[in-house]
Design a protein around this ligand. Structure first.
Ligand code: BGC
Length: 804
């Protein structure tokens, strides 16, 4: 960087420094005119650009400029294709260049703890290793264009319920192995220019002022050189946050927190040197972005649409294909399901993109001149069974050789702001599928949903193609796959359980109001199902192809290694079918015997390969010590225990084709923590029968857990949510007022977002009214309001009046 930032810093007043560490408005950072420091703009993310003009908001209520809507993360993760993700990143970067957006807010690297999280469509995987690789590829692609990324939401924002205040209670080992590891890889492999801290608390401390996470781990251990910004309105204590290593508060807090910084420096509470460090990182980002600006750059809208289509096609996962009903040839088809005509192609919330164009599956059939008859079969605005719609669909289905039935989840099933409560599809769709299967034996289900669903109809249908939320060209892409123009190469980045109750996490997911316990520890996704050998609907890593692959010749470079050595794993994969296709070769590692409890196996490497019929490729991969390690809380570091490990090569966590053992010798003369006596359930998970006792959990955590109790009048504080305080008359009026205000701001056709907005407002802490209220109320007034709802009406009212 040419700019002498140290010199620039010297010229800044204390007020200017404080100002630079928060936003100018909803999307821009402040500049300093007298010193020619420019203001730069950031915008959502993650699978397209959401640059807003007129009315700004953080939940996708108001329109943004047109941009390519790529498939969302649960889809793109299923490609397991880093090159493709890089390409998508380049395209996103180009769109930012054209729109003069300096940083795109994403990707989201939160581990999918449970399929219930409302925002899972925006997250990559239940597996941190896959998250890390896919996330890094996207970040590298975007940043190759001179556009920054803001990796989010750091960290442990695994549920939407009370996301702004909830305390994520997680043991250190699970935190490192499951929740931090994905972020760690992206930071180390791609150095995102920014990281966005999450709203929630982690083991008692808000992410925004969590020094352990932001400084000790992120900056010092992982050497992140970019800045940390808050999620929108996530600042808890601005001064503490600066000390903790959180540089940029977003959006603007109406100057309230800037003044707190100034006061704290003047009173000696905050060392100005700490503020300087903050400002330097902000300036570094501003100038990095400024240097990479490209005036008059335009991107090729059509090319990006085509890329979105290619990615959507590569994301689709073929879950079932009995009697090789797919690919279709020239069968007489009927198409049923509203989603074939009006696709569900993205999720609701801050990632809502205004697409450059939108094409449906029917558009593509028309373009191809394919003959078909279409019936909607269900409405997307109600779950109620509409008998006439079903009857009409049934009538056309009788005559068809193949029925293509488009189904999935409607907008109000999954969204930012709230979680799902079950994995069921809408009743009207379930009834429709049942009715169609009665009259036709050749039903192909094409799914559009952001996260796993239960499939009670699975046995009755011939094929299932999971398309996830495929972006603006997802419709045509589904036809590409159904007709074999693309041979399905998608593999699940998450487990599909048979039913929700099968998942150990379900019991503790969505807990509150104070804390959400992660009692399952490291047993998330396939790490749980494989440990207890429980049947699943479709396992992690799974997906069919129109061709077949054969694995052979597994070998390792050494039969015995030291933990500091690298191990080369080699094997062959051959396309034994008669179609060009891709395979994702997955390498898992199993610790055969260990002192510490471990998952049955864990993904440690993978490679996506494309093969012509009869073509064989030899693959070799390197495993290093991390592939064998677990996080040892006695030394606060990764540790490999001596002993036998198994290397498993397969095409899903349940389809292992080859295996070989290696002996690993530890060079660290240290002990492993052994919980067998104090927390036996973690070792005998199957016998534990999906229960982890408080005693065991506390032994693992190393402290007692606090029982969740209702938040009562008298106990409210600035972090109480509007829903919490609505048990009082004044609180309820306040909640209604905020909700009305938000509703008024919504542009006309956004009614379907009402459920989301209600959830967002309910879960909003009072402090957010200050930080996001555009100067409407200040901290003192908020304090007064808290007094009022706590029953000290007069005292509170006087405070409000005094500080108005
Ligand atoms: C979301 C972020 C988003 C931000 C800005 C927040 O509510 O959690 O993911 O980037 O708003 O829209």
């Amino acid at each position: 960087m040419d700019k002498d930032l140290a010199k620039l810093l010297e010229q800044l007043t204390l007020e200017e420094k404080a100002g630079l560490s928060s936003g100018l408005d909803f999307w821009c950072l402040k500049g300093v005119e007298r010193l020619n420091i420019p203001s730069i703009m950031v915008a959502d993310g993650p699978h397209g650009l959401r640059k807003q003009g007129r009315e700004s908001d953080h939940v996708g209520l108001n329109e943004s400029v047109k941009a390519t809507c790529f498939p969302t993360a649960s889809a793109t993760a299923s490609t397991w294709d880093e090159d493709l993700l890089y390409e998508m990143g380049v395209a996103l970067g180009e769109e930012c260049l054209q729109e003069d957006v300096a940083v795109i807010l994403g990707p989201g690297a939160n581990t999918k703890r449970s399929p219930l999280c409302g925002r899972n469509f925006e997250y990559i995987s239940e597996d941190p290793y896959l998250t890390g690789r896919i996330g890094a590829a996207l970040v590298n692609g975007i940043q190759s264009q001179g556009i920054g990324t803001s990796l989010k939401h750091f960290v442990s924002n695994n549920q939407e319920y009370r996301r702004m205040v909830i305390d994520t209670v997680v043991d250190e080992r699970a935190f490192r192995e499951i929740y931090l590891a994905g972020f760690e890889n992206v930071i180390k492999e791609a150095q995102p220019w920014a990281v966005m801290c999450s709203y929630n608390r982690i083991n008692g401390t808000f992410a925004s002022d969590n020094k352990v996470i932001l400084t000790d781990i992120l900056k010092e251990e992982w050497r992140h050189t970019g800045l940390v910004m808050t999620d929108w309105g996530a600042t808890n204590n601005r001064v503490k946050a600066i000390k903790a290593g959180m540089e940029l508060e977003m959006p603007s807090s109406g100057g309230f927190n800037d003044r707190k910084i100034v006061e704290a420096v003047k009173s000696g509470e905050l060392d100005e040197a700490d503020l300087d460090k903050t400002v330097i990182r902000v300036l570094e980002l501003i100038y990095k972005c400024q240097e990479n600006k490209r005036e008059n750059f335009t991107y090729d809208v059509d090319k990006h649409h085509q890329l979105a289509r290619k990615i959507a096609g590569e994301s689709a996962v073929l879950l079932k294909n009995d009697e090789r009903i797919l690919p279709l040839k020239d069968e007489k088809i009927v198409v049923i399901g509203t989603f074939a005509n009006i696709p569900r192609y993205q999720g609701a919330g801050s990632s809502l993109i205004n697409p450059t164009k939108l094409e449906s599956a029917l558009d593509e059939l028309d373009r191809r001149g394919t003959k078909y008859v279409y019936e909607p079969g269900y409405s997307t605005t109600t779950d109620l069974v509409e008998v006439d719609l079903i009857e009409k669909a049934k009538n056309i289905a009788r005559e068809a050789e193949v029925v293509l039935l488009y189904a999935g989840l409607t907008d109000d099933y999954e969204s930012e702001g709230f979680d799902r409560t079950h994995l069921k599809m809408p009743t009207n769709q379930l009834k429709l599928i049942e009715a169609i299967c009665e009259v036709n034996q050749n039903v192909v289900i094409v799914l559009q949903n952001g996260a796993p669903i239960e499939m009670p109809w699975l046995e009755s249908v011939k094929a299932v193609l999971e398309c996830y939320l495929g972006g603006q060209a997802g419709g045509p892409a589904s036809i590409d796959v159904l007709y074999g123009n693309i041979n399905p190469g998608g593999r699940l980045a998450e487990t599909f359980p048979i039913k929700l109750e099968d998942d150990i996490v379900t019991k503790w997911f969505g807990m509150g109001p104070q804390s959400v316990e992660h009692r399952e520890s490291i047993y998330v996704g396939y790490r749980y199902y494989d440990k207890v050998d429980k049947n699943v609907l479709f396992p992690f890593g799974y997906g069919l192809s129109y061709t077949e692959f054969e694995y052979s010749e597994l070998s390792i470079s050494h039969n015995k290694i030291k933990d500091v050595d690298q191990l080369e794993v080699s094997f062959n994969v051959k396309n034994t079918g008669n179609k060009f296709g891709s395979e994702v070769a997955q390498v898992y590692v199993k610790d055969i015997e260990s002192t510490i409890f471990r998952p049955e196996k864990e993904l440690k490497e993978f490679k996506k390969i494309y093969l012509e019929p009869e073509e064989e490729k030899s693959i070799s991969m390197i495993l290093d010590s991390r592939a064998f390690a677990y996080y040892n809380t006695m030394i606060n570091d990764w540790h490999v225990e001596s002993g036998e490990f198994e290397i498993l090569v397969g095409s899903s966590s349940r389809d292992i084709h080859l295996n070989i053992n290696v002996e690993v010798e530890s060079t660290q003369d240290i002990e492993s923590p052994n919980y067998i006596l104090v927390a036996p359930e973690y070792y005998n998970l199957r016998e534990a029968n999906m229960d982890i006792s408080t005693k065991s959990y506390e032994a693992l955590l190393g402290r007692q857990v606090i029982t969740n109790s209702p938040i009562r009048k008298g106990d409210f504080d600035i972090n109480s949510t509007l829903k919490d305080i609505s048990v009082t008359f004044i609180g309820d009026q306040l909640r209604k007022m905020v909700l009305n205000n938000v509703m008024k701001k919504m542009e006309s056709d956004n009614e379907k977002q009402i459920k989301m907005m209600e959830a967002v407002v309910n879960d909003m802490p009072v402090r957010s009214m200050v930080l996001m209220g555009g100067g409407m109320i200040n901290f003192e007034m908020a304090d007064g309001l808290i007094d009022m709802v706590n029953g000290k009406f007069l005292k509170g009212l006087l405070k409000v009046i005094k500080h108005r």
